[in-house]
Structures are given as structure tokens and as C-alpha cells.
Design a protein around this ligand. Structure first.
Ligand SMILES: CC(C)(COP(=O)(O)OP(=O)(O)OC[C@H]1O[C@@H](n2cnc3c(N)ncnc32)[C@H](O)[C@@H]1OP(=O)(O)O)[C@@H](O)C(=O)NCCC(=O)NCCS
Length: 187
């Protein structure tokens, strides 16, 4: 397998980063997604808070998402080929060259090891260099300092705040809208 970059391997699109490999999501990933997306420690940080997700629903979601040729969803694997999460560029607006970044590592023991930063950096590189995007945006909850740190490190800027938008563990929290432009990425 080549060392780095984007390529096809056994008919599967693969993108290699420094610490992770991204590959297309497949139906056999469904069980892991169900486990992760039913874990409150994971889904508390996600926009689509998917409690009570079933294997049937998840399989249907993967099948539908495989038909969508515009949005890009990749399984995150460690360099040892362990599937630990997902990263995506979704809601792609072709005219405006814009997409929304989504990411989660479902295997919590892999948090704080630099893998999320590398996965997000790797898909941004793909988005800006291959898809020729102009802008990538996302929303992040104020109670998610880990994700905020990753996005800031990669060059995302806060462009707006939804004040006290989310109720979480007895408190209202701000939600930040963040984005990065292609020239900022290249810079
Ligand atoms: C967010 C996520 C993708 C980040 O990936 P990761 O591999 O854990 O992150 P990294 O290790 O690359 O970087 C995390 C940084 O945050 C820091 N951090 C962790 N907890 C922190 C806290 N409570 N306050 C401040 N910084 C914190 C880490 O020390 C690390 O910084 P460092 O590299 O300078 O030491 C991953 O943790 C995850 O999937 N979380 C659950 C779902 C989620 O939050 N998704 C994002 C929704 S917007």
C-alpha cells in the first residue's frame, strides 16, 4: 500500500494520514456504529444524538449513504487497521464549494492520542485539494473542549455563537459555529 495520500486499494478508496487511515464506510461497520452511537459518553457531543439506534436502522443508513456520491464518509482506522470512528464531509454544496465536517471516535480509549486531529486534518486535505472546496464548516458544543482544541489547532475560526443553545447536565451551553477557508488551510 502506498505510504501517504489518496488512492484506490482493492476497489476501496483509501486516504492515508500520519496516524490513521481513512476508508469508505461499509455495511459490516454497522454493529460498531450502533454500539458507539448508543453510548451517552459519545453521543452527548454529537448533533444527531442517536439514542436507541438499531442495527436495522444503521444498516439502512449506511446503504443510503453509500448511494450518496456527493457526501464523503470515511471510517477512521488506526495504522493497525482497527476501526475506531468516522469522519465526513457532508451537506456538500457544489455551487458554493462548501461542506460540513463531522467526526467522532467511538472507541473512547483512543481519545487524546492525536488520532482525531490527524483524521480531521487528513479529510480536510482531501476536501481542499481533491474536492476543491472553498469552505468547511461545523458546529461544536461549548462543553466539548477537546473538539474545540482540535478545530482551533487545525485553523478553524469561530464565526458565530448560538448563545445558551443546548441544555446539558443542568446548564445551558453556547454552540459555536466554526469554519476554515481554503486559503487559511493552504496558509
Ligand atoms: C473530538 C475528537 C474527534 C477528538 O479526537 P482526539 O483524538 O480525542 O483528539 P486529539 O488527541 O487529536 O486532540 C485532543 C486535544 O484536546 C486536549 N483535551 C482533552 N480534554 C481536554 C479538556 N477537557 N480541556 C482542554 N483540552 C482537552 C488533549 O490534551 C489534546 O490536546 P494535545 O494534543 O495538545 O494534548 C474525539 O475525542 C471524539 O470523537 N470525541 C467524541 C465525539 C466528539 O466530540 N465529536 C466532535 C463533535 S463536534
Amino acid at each position: 500500500m502506498p505510504q501517504k495520500g489518496f488512492f484506490w486499494y482493492n476497489s476501496i478508496m483509501v486516504i492515508k494520514g500520519d496516524k490513521v487511515t481513512l476508508r469508505h464506510v461499509r455495511l459490516s461497520d454497522a454493529e460498531r456504529f450502533v454500539k458507539w452511537l448508543n453510548d451517552p459518553k459519545v453521543y452527548q457531543y454529537l448533533q444527531a444524538q442517536a439514542r436507541h439506534l438499531t442495527l436495522k436502522k444503521e444498516r439502512k443508513w449506511i446503504r443510503d449513504s453509500l448511494k450518496n456520491k456527493t457526501d464523503k464518509r470515511f471510517a477512521i482506522e488506526t495504522l493497525e487497521h482497527k476501526h475506531i470512528g468516522v469522519v465526513s464531509l457532508e451537506r456538500v454544496e457544489v455551487k458554493h464549494k462548501r461542506a460540513t465536517l463531522g467526526i467522532f471516535i467511538g472507541e473512547k480509549s483512543y481519545w487524546n492520542k492525536g488520532l482525531g486531529t490527524d483524521a480531521a486534518r487528513t479529510i480536510l486535505k482531501y476536501g481542499f485539494e481533491k474536492m476543491k472546496l472553498h469552505k468547511v464548516e461545523l458546529d461544536v458544543f461549548g462543553y466539548n473542549p477537546r473538539a474545540l482544541k482540535v478545530y482551533k489547532r487545525l485553523g478553524f475560526k469561530k464565526e458565530g455563537v448560538k448563545r445558551e443553545h443546548n441544555y446539558h447536565k443542568g446548564k445551558f451551553w453556547d454552540v459555536y459555529h466554526m469554519s476554515i477557508l481554503d486559503r487559511e488551510w493552504k496558509g
